[in-house]
Design a protein around this ligand. Structure first.
Ligand SMILES: *Cc1c(COP(=O)(O)O)cnc(C)c1O
Length: 253
């Protein structure tokens, strides 16, 4: 992480400075973890993008993160994300949407999201494509979210592996959408529970199969605060880190 001379980016006084210092030091630790994981895996640090998950935290934090050099942020609930993204419109950030997406939220999400990581059904593909075509916005980058629970009932979003090829083909041919890759969350149940490394290895295997038909779909979004090392070891290109940068989230109301 480059140390920037910071021109007091916050109007909110001393607490703003304290928050800035906390975020800077957390980012440094996360950056060291990513660098160590890359070194251990023989990978280049440049092959991995840190996406900071800012959900539940205020727009002022997103602003500080941008000042500290963060380029990519993620949100998982449109109600929270839409006003925050509007407040941060002037910042050079890429916005990732990583939460379960209802079709009635598609129009709103398309106002700020550069990428959606959580495509898990055909209905969402058509809804997104139709809405993108009604706007002036650029093409939307899309990832297929893969459910690795092995039990569709236990799944917290995501398509079962057998459904991934059809979903990927639909995304790749949908006007206004671009197939960028795959995403997963380490499962809490099923054969990979408690073993994020094996779960992410499986995701990377699914990604390799997908790239035979769609060579440009190179993104593998995997790894969070607790398992980013396993994700980097398996071959992730994007890690999504919230808690380790921003702190433990207050429970959702
Ligand atoms: C919240 C969230 C993250 C970040 O999780 P942390 O454990 O706070 O790092 C990553 N991915 C998704 C899909 C999330 O909802």
């Amino acid at each position: 992480m480059t140390e920037l001379p910071l021109p007091d980016p916050t109007p909110s006084g001393p607490s703003g400075q304290a928050r800035l210092d906390a975020l800077r030091s957390n980012l440094t630790v996360v950056e060291q973890r990513i660098a160590a994981a890359c070194a251990a895996a023989g990978r280049s640090r440049d092959d991995i993008t840190l996406v900071v998950v800012t959900k539940t935290y205020p727009a002022s934090d997103t602003r500080l993160l941008s000042a500290l050099g963060v380029t990519d942020v993620a949100e998982n609930r449109d109600q929270d994300a839409a006003p925050k993204a509007a407040e941060c419109r002037d910042l050079p950030l890429l916005w990732h949407f990583v939460g379960q997406l209802q079709t009635n939220k598609v129009r709103s999400v398309l106002k700020y999201a550069d990428r959606v990581h959580s495509i898990d059904r055909l209905r969402l593909v058509s809804a997104l494509s139709n809405e993108v075509l009604k706007t002036e916005r650029p093409v939307l980058g899309c990832l297929v979210q893969v459910a690795l629970e092995g039990d569709p009932v236990a799944t917290r979003g995501g398509a079962v592996p057998d459904d991934v090829p059809a979903l990927a083909d639909a995304l790749a041919s949908a006007p206004g959408l671009r197939l960028d890759g795959v995403m997963a969350v380490a499962p809490l149940s099923g054969p990979y529970a408690g073993d994020p490394r094996r779960a992410f290895d499986r995701l990377v295997e699914i990604s390799s199969l997908l790239r035979r038909a769609h060579p440009a779909a190179t993104m593998v979004s995997a790894g969070m605060s607790g398992d980013l090392e396993e994700a980097v070891a398996a071959g992730a290109t994007h890690v999504r880190v919230g808690t380790a940068v921003l702190g433990v989230r207050p429970p959702l109301g």
